[in-house]
Design a protein around this ligand. Structure first.
Ligand code: NAD
Length: 507
């Protein structure tokens, strides 16, 4: 076990998190290795089917009490969780960086997102508004109200091991739901740390056992959640392959799913771009989190008149990138999550070479004392063709494809010409170009930015994407509605019983 973590926690077992019941009926464990140095950092008990069933039963019971607590009271409990995350930001951010491999700055940023969503949920607790409508019948009043769904299952990916859970859990809780979280099998320790950090708040507020639950395991546990009719909503973040399976399993039982899947994000750089803004945004978007963000910039579509200039500037900027231990503040790029991801990177590079791609910045796997885990790769840039299969797919690694265009409509067609639809951006100082890109004839993505990159979304907006990205929306704006059921109410306060549409029914 590594000792960098002054967290006030003992790693705990799966189950509910107020500290009373941590069930585990097997000694089988899940091992977590850090991609930073290859060390074994935790052994976590795996949930069996029996553990899982107990957890969901307990969650269901807890729902009956939790939903009765007024929303602003639930919001206040979430505020206290936010205070805990403020207190342990450094420790949790460090653990995220160490277990997942993202830079410390990004690890701390992820915890900051958790704090931000707690604040957002607190405000939301007094704003779960429904509409009122004018009834067509005299002496009648119509309105709608929103009720919680019940048990919300949260399946999360390794690359945002804590923030994605908090986007879901804080909003689900404030709406009156209870949560069962299945974190990625690649990052179980950060999940346990989160549960432990909030457990004091849950206990201090006498929150019913089962409001916040954790189950550990891989795909099989995710499938239990997807197929379980006790789970009203499954919010799943991960690959498109996983999303297809979850969508089918949840639809089979007519449950609800919220899907946040893979991206294949592009930046368009027009000849009216301010390249001093564009270049750092492109580099951060392409190499941040070692290219393992759903919003990573994977394609760069550049106007032909500035193409050579952009390529040269990119090559210069990439030469400045420092790759190494992500816990060191001066490092820009840490490792990929594991050796399987390195194999995926190498396979992509081989395919690019077979297609005849020309590298502007060469790829490579790093070796030597600083890279003992074997998970460090060089971010690379290659001149690519949007039609290549490899460009159409999401390779979860820092590979940036550069392409040329002549007219903006051509650039937009390239940008939209992939199966995914998460994030997109344009760099231009020309108002017409910017507005065209944002118009109905422009980007087909869930996120479309002007003069900022594709990654690094704020929690205040609804986050998610179209097409194979799954269509889900999480986090800010009115994304909370996905976690509630709408009920339309009509009240007759008159002395007559008029029917809608003027229908008469005389007895
Ligand atoms: P993954 O699909 O391998 O796993 C994600 C989660 O799904 C894990 O918890 C895993 O155990 C579970 N899972 C896998 N197969 C399942 C199945 N058949 N049924 C139920 N659960 C299953 O993804 P990953 O490698 O952890 O994460 C990377 C992927 O996640 C990328 O494609 C990335 O773009 C995507 N992602 C998307 C968003 C978004 O908001 N759109 C955010 C983060 C990551």
């Amino acid at each position: 076990m590594h000792s960098i973590l002054p967290l006030p926690v003992q790693p705990v077992k799966p189950g509910t998190s107020t500290g009373q019941h941590f069930w585990h009926s097997t000694e089988r464990t899940l091992d977590s290795y850090s991609p930073v140095d290859g060390q074994l950092i935790a052994r976590v008990y795996l949930s069996t089917r029996a553990d899982y069933d107990k957890v969901v039963d307990t969650a269901q019971e807890a729902f009956h009490q939790w939903r009765l607590l007024p929303a602003p009271k639930r919001g206040d409990i979430i505020r206290q969780m936010g205070d805990q995350f403020r207190q342990y930001k450094r420790e949790l951010g460090t653990l995220v960086s160490y277990e997942m491999g993202k830079s410390l700055q990004e690890g701390l940023g992820e915890v900051q997102e958790m704090i931000d969503i707690c604040d957002f949920a607190l405000g939301l607790s007094r704003q779960l508004y429904g509409l009122t409508m004018h009834s067509e019948r005299p002496g009648h009043r119509m309105y709608e109200q929103w009720h919680p769904l019940g048990v919300v299952g949260v399946i999360s990916a390794f690359n945002f091991p804590v923030a994605v859970w908090s986007w879901n859990a804080m909003i689900a809780w404030v709406c009156g739901n209870v949560c069962v979280w299945k974190p990625s099998e690649k990052t179980p320790l950060t999940a346990l740390a989160c549960q432990q950090i909030i457990s004091e708040v849950l206990r201090n507020n006498d929150v019913p056992e089962g409001v916040s639950c954790l189950v550990t395991g891989a795909r099989d546990v995710g499938e239990w959640l997807s197929r379980d009719p006790r789970v009203a909503l499954v919010s799943a973040t991960g690959s498109t392959r996983m999303g297809r399976a979850v969508a089918a399993n949840v639809a089979e039982r007519l449950g609800r799913s919220l899907l946040e899947l893979g991206g294949n994000n592009a930046i368009i750089v027009t000849e009216h771009a301010d390249l001093d803004l564009a270049i750092p945004a492109i580099v951060f978007g392409a190499v941040g989190t070692a290219g393992q963000r759903c919003t990573t910039t994977r394609r760069l579509i550049v106007q032909e008149n500035i193409y050579e200039d952009v390529k040269n500037r990119l090559a210069k900027a990439y030469a400045q990138i420092r790759i190494g231990n992500p816990l060191e503040e001066s490092i820009h790029v840490g490792p990929l999550i594991d050796k399987q991801a390195v194999a995926g990177y190498k396979a992509a590079v081989d395919e690019i070479r077979r297609m005849g791609g020309t590298f502007v910045v060469e790829p490579g796997v790093l070796s030597g004392d600083a890279y003992t885990s074997g998970c460090y790769v060089k971010p690379c840039v290659v001149e690519g063709d949007n039609a290549w299969d490899i460009v159409q797919r999401e390779t979860f690694a820092p590979i940036l494809y550069v392409m040329k265009y002549s007219t903006l409509d051509e650039a937009i067609a390239i940008q939209n010409g992939v199966p995914q639809g998460l994030s997109s951006a344009i760099f231009t100082l020309n108002l017409r170009e910017a507005e065209h890109f944002l118009s109905v004839a422009g980007s087909d993505c869930g996120i479309a930015n002007v003069n900022i990159g594709t990654s690094g979304a704020e929690i205040g907006g609804a986050f998610g994407g179209e097409k194979e990205t799954g269509g889900g929306r999480e986090s800010g704006s009115d994304a909370w509605r996905a976690y509630m059921r709408r009920q339309t109410n009509t009240i007759n306060y008159g002395t007559q019983l008029p029917l809608a549409q003027g229908i008469t029914f005389d007895l």
